[in-house]
Ligand binder design. Structure first.
Ligand code: C2E
Ligand code: MG
Ligand code: MG
Ligand code: MG
Length: 282
């Protein structure tokens, strides 16, 4: 009996492993197919200024609808892309697609693009960024790059040098998911970020818990004292918005204003806002 149980367990385990590995392999090859056959898309989430209440930027977020498995979250496919090196190609793809879209947007609205630490391993990252801006005829001042602190984990001077080179192009650099890593504070000394994006985990109960609000407030003051723009990510309710505003945050991004939307809808939203502004002035 023990023997058969053992065997049963073994088979179960093997079947489980198989499903995980199989999905991974499916996603891996699927990702290459998607890149080659227009299977990837980009959506944009508006970022609103709390000073002017208008959309000042939008974050480009990658989407992938697998022909058989349906929509796959970037939380699942980006790590696979990083491990397999496909991130270089899909990262280049979204850089081109998002800068091209942003070139259609009115006035000074910026586009923010996420960069994986893996992309910094290629020596041509800076020239890739420069080429994308030129191909799209987008001014460098309209691009923001979002990086996470894992990029600075080893305090790698070469990564910092790349960031400085990106900066010299006139591109802004934001620290994404601020506060979630090991030592967010020390990384603020490693590189002069233009912007910090406070992770949405900090929004959870700012409207109901004094401690949570105090922590949020401290992060906002820190950014302000360092001369950085602060963005609250994941603002979902009017109550959260009121707290974020009262604490002096510069910008907000979250479902309360808008989820990520298709490129056409983003353009329409920005054009409508532009019309309103012109009308207000008239
Ligand atoms: P992120 O860069 O921190 O992007 C913000 C994520 O929060 C997005 O998830 C967005 O849809 C979600 N979000 C925005 N507002 C709210 C809200 O009010 N409530 C909640 N619950 N969520 C909100 P998404 O699009 O699933 O992307 C997840 C992560 O995947 C991103 O986090 C980023 O790290 C990564 N990612 C997405 N696109 C790219 C890409 O093109 N390149 C790289 N390297 N990473 C990407
Ligand atoms: Mg981001
Ligand atoms: Mg983030
Ligand atoms: Mg994140």
């Amino acid at each position: 009996r023990a023997k058969s149980e053992g065997r049963g367990t073994y088979h179960f385990f093997e079947a489980g492993m198989d499903a995980t590995l199989q999905r991974r392999r499916t996603l891996e090859t699927g990702l290459r197919d998607a890149l080659a056959n227009n299977g990837l898309s980009v959506v944009f989430q508006p970022i609103v200024s709390l000073q002017t209440n208008v959309v000042v930027a939008a974050e480009a977020l990658m989407r992938w609808d697998h022909p058989r498995l349906g929509p796959i979250s970037p939380v699942e496919f980006i790590p696979i892309a990083e491990e397999t090196g496909i991130i270089h190609d899909i990262g280049g793809w979204i850089l081109e697609a998002a800068t091209r879209a942003a070139a259609q947007w009115p006035g000074p609205v910026r586009v923010a693009i996420n960069l994986s630490p893996i992309q910094f391993k290629r020596p041509d990252l800076v020239s890739t960024i420069k080429a994308a801006l030129e191909a799209a005829s987008l001014d460098a001042s309209r691009l923001e790059l979002e990086i996470t602190e894992s990029l600075l984990l080893e305090n790698s001077q070469s990564n910092i040098d790349v960031l400085l080179a990106v900066r010299r192009l006139g591109v802004r650099v934001a620290m994404d998911d601020f506060g979630t890593g090991y030592s967010s504070l020390s990384y603020l000394r490693a590189f002069p970020f233009d912007k910090i994006k406070i992770d949405r985990s900090f929004m959870a109960d700012v409207a109901t818990k004094a401690d949570s609000r105090a922590i949020l407030g401290a992060m906002i003051s820190l950014g302000r004292n360092l001369g950085m723009t602060t963005v609250a990510e994941g603002v979902e309710t009017a109550e959260q918005l009121a707290v974020v505003r009262a604490e002096g945050c510069t910008q907000v991004q979250g479902y309360f204003f808008s989820p990520p939307i298709e490129g056409e809808a983003m353009l329409a939203m920005l054009q409508a806002e532009q019309c309103n502004r012109v009308r207000q002035r008239a």
